[in-house]
Design a protein around this ligand. Structure first.
Ligand SMILES: [Zn+2]
Length: 149
């Protein structure tokens, strides 16, 4: 089988931005990695552990776990990071391993920059270096560990 960036990330053979926010038997949650470029703070990746291409191939158990963590991380972005809205997107154009982008939109983002990728174009978007990404991941992990569900 060809090597897969996301499978390698789960196996820990490559290092990506930030730290692990959450993982269990079905899902892995971390921050986006832009290969050294500053990251939009609060652009979170939810990966299915199993290497399947789209939402359509999930088992019922995987779908339950995926849906649950989507909601929990969205709630954490609002409560811990002050997001006023959370965008969700499955693209899969670059890596055929199911992963969902959750992107926080913060208060006062001008409407012309609303959208999961449009927020990057705002010159005042909250971009961060590695240390800030690590701190954000730590806050989200702590929030999830203490979240009442
Ligand atoms: Zn994979």
């Amino acid at each position: 089988m060809e090597t897969c960036f996301i499978c390698e990330k789960h196996q820990g053979t490559i290092k990506t931005s930030g730290s692990t926010i959450y993982k269990d038997d079905y899902v892995y949650v971390g921050h986006i990695d832009r290969k050294g470029k500053p990251n939009y703070l609060g652009h979170i990746m939810i990966d299915l552990k199993r290497h399947i291409p789209t939402l359509a191939e999930m088992s019922i158990e995987e779908a339950k776990a995926f849906g649950m963590i989507m909601s929990r991380v969205s709630k954490a972005l609002k409560e811990s990071e002050g997001a006023e809205h959370v965008y969700a997107l499955v693209s899969g154009n670059s890596v055929p391993h199911l992963h969902l982008h959750l992107v926080a939109r913060y208060p006062n983002t001008p409407e012309e920059y609303w959208g999961p990728m449009d927020v990057y174009d705002w010159d005042k978007a909250p971009m961060g270096e590695e240390e800030e990404v690590v701190q954000l991941c730590n806050r989200l992990r702590y929030h999830l560990e203490n979240q009442i569900i």
